[in-house]
Design a protein around this ligand. Structure first.
Ligand code: FAD
Ligand code: SF4
Length: 517
């Protein structure tokens, strides 16, 4: 059997609605690969690897059922070379292929690899073409063109432009609904238990599939982190189930999404969040269908407008924006370290064994579920890493590994950019740091903590408090002139010198004894 064309579908390119799949063509062979190259470039959470492979296997099965020709390399297959170039070359030779086609990858490292492979193939007279994934709402370089010559990229302007372009929540074509673009100020409430939590979504029982994949990756010797229970697997790995999860979110959680999006609560992992990032990032869901569905539900139910605006902002704003930043700034972005932080992450980031309740909860939950919502990532683990002067690459590796939704384009821009301010303020206008004050206001973590959220030094003083002032003091030169931060320095000056010395000594103690926190 020979084929004319080989088409590559990567593990995060599971877009069933792509024009590629509109017509059956027996001269085209689609290839999908489970590879050590992908399982080993970071230490991934075990649920992330299982979820990817399950979604890929289902997608390949669906393509075959529709009549497409598919070659699927499983991780244990003898002919699997575990490497992209080698597997492609193997198939080209085996099936006397004349043309290689691929969808543009989302990751820089794969882009480089595919360009190099393309050159090798062209040298062998194989024709090569690349295609858009038809997933994002902006092209790779839309953002860099939009902000050309600017020192900072203000998300707000980018977001407004896309609202107009896609006519989302607009009136008279160029005015925002209710005459206001941004309702963020109304979206910052702590959860007080008065609004009932949404019912849990019932994930399909695919225990047999998840167990089989788990056994295979273990047999292959793939190293992973975190926990898994195949009988209670909480990721959607096919399009039908992802659409059901989206429906469930719109029905039960969207009406309170904005209000509680910054809240943290020990009794609920999700609160009112959607948990659709994995399905979106591997393209089982399209961002526009997610937005359209959410807007339609809001139009039907007419709940508070701030909720839907807050949600649309995440998908149409932040998600597209982060992708644009990635392609505008890579590969340099991965080396940025504005504060020249050099410390190592404490080992308890991999066990959750710390006396600090907020960190124990967020890390423990991440190890158990491969999920944390935005504020847990930003204002607990990310906040701590920034205050403790952890080297940004250490932080990136942890985030890239632990979350099922972590793909570099959206992980690194959020981690190194938004959370660690390693780009010096390209993405965030000020560093996202806080003392215990914010964590206590937005969560119920402090109530049951070994540490005292009110004290800055002395026995059991909350580490966030002293590290917070230490952060500002040691980065004075870099931050003092930032108008959004200068007020903090005025507040710091109100402490007398003796008090300041005690706070800084306490911070030094925690940094030196970080393993014991
Ligand atoms: P919801 O809160 O329900 O939001 C809905 C959707 O909006 C998300 O699914 C996501 O697609 C989008 N969204 C919201 N915020 C962002 C954002 N800042 N950037 C991009 N999209 C956003 N998101 C990832 O998808 N992958 C990552 O690797 C990732 N790493 C992060 C690392 C750090 C340090 C931080 C602070 C944030 C990170 N985020 C990442 C963004 C955000 O935390 C997750 O998208 C979100 O928690 C996913 O859960 P959800 O689907 O329940 O989101
Ligand atoms: Fe976290 Fe400090 Fe609150 Fe403990 S007291 S939960 S360490 S913020």
């Amino acid at each position: 059997m020979y084929y004319k064309t080989l088409r590559l579908v990567l593990g995060d390119q599971l877009n069933a609605k792509h024009t590629w799949f509109e017509q059956k063509d027996d001269s085209v062979l689609y290839v999908m690969m489970e590879m050590r190259q992908e399982t080993d470039y970071a230490l991934h959470h075990v649920q992330k690897v299982v979820a990817f492979f399950a979604a890929m296997r289902q997608f390949a099965a669906d393509l075959k059922q529709q009549g497409h020709q598919v070659f699927y390399f499983k991780i244990l297959d003898a002919e699997n070379r575990q490497n992209l170039e080698k597997n492609v070359s193997f198939l080209i030779e085996k099936y006397k292929i004349k043309k290689f086609e691929y969808l543009l990858p989302d990751e820089y490292r794969l882009d480089v690899q595919l360009e190099s492979l393309s050159k090798q193939l062209e040298a062998q007279q194989i024709e090569v073409s690349s295609y858009d994934t038809e997933h994002f709402l902006t092209s790779r370089h839309f953002l860099s063109d939009f902000f050309e010559g600017k020192k900072t990229y203000l998300m707000e302007f980018f977001y407004r432009t896309l609202r107009k372009k896609y006519q989302v929540l607009m009136q008279d074509s160029d005015k925002p609904l209710f005459e206001k673009w941004n309702f963020d100020a109304e979206n910052r409430k702590a959860y007080n238990g008065k609004v009932a939590l949404p019912p849990a979504f019932h994930f399909q029982n695919k225990t047999i599939i998840y167990t089989e994949i788990l056994t295979e990756i273990q047999q292959a010797g793939v190293q992973t982190l975190g926990k898994i229970d195949p009988a209670h697997f909480e990721w959607t790995t096919d399009r039908t189930e992802s659409l059901l999860l989206l429906d469930h979110f719109c029905k039960y959680s969207l009406p309170y999404f904005g209000t509680f999006q910054d809240a943290m609560y020990t009794q609920s992992t999700l609160l009112f969040h959607a948990k659709i990032s994995f399905a979106l990032n591997i393209k089982l869901l399209h961002p526009l269908e997610v937005i359209e569905k959410a807007v339609a539900v809001w139009q039907d139910k007419q709940f508070d407008y701030a909720q839907i605006e807050g949600f649309v902002r995440q998908i149409l704003g932040w998600r597209e924006y982060m992708r644009g930043v990635y392609w505008a700034q890579m590969p340099d972005y991965q080396t940025l370290n504005f504060f020249n932080h050099q410390n190592k992450l404490p080992s308890w980031f991999w066990t959750g064994e710390t006396k600090a309740n907020c960190l124990r909860h967020c890390i423990g939950q991440s190890l158990e579920k491969s999920y944390a919502h935005h504020i847990q990532r930003l204002m607990v683990t990310g906040n701590f890493a920034l205050l403790a002067a952890i080297e940004p690459s250490e932080v990136d590796s942890w985030y890239l590994g632990i979350y099922a939704d972590a793909i570099e384009w959206v992980e690194i821009t959020n981690t190194r950019g938004m959370s660690q301010f390693a780009d010096g303020g390209l993405v965030a206008t000020k560093p996202y740091v806080s003392s215990a004050n914010y964590i206590n206001k937005m969560s119920n973590y402090c109530k049951n903590c070994f540490y005292n959220e009110k004290t800055k030094y002395g026995a059991r003083a909350c580490p966030f408090n002293s590290l917070y002032w230490d952060f500002y003091e040691r980065n004075r030169e870099k931050l003092e002139k930032n108008p959004r931060v200068s007020l903090m320095y005025k507040q710091w000056e109100k402490y007398d010198k003796e008090e300041q010395a005690k706070i800084l000594a306490q911070a030094e103690f925690y940094k030196t004894n970080i393993e014991e926190i």
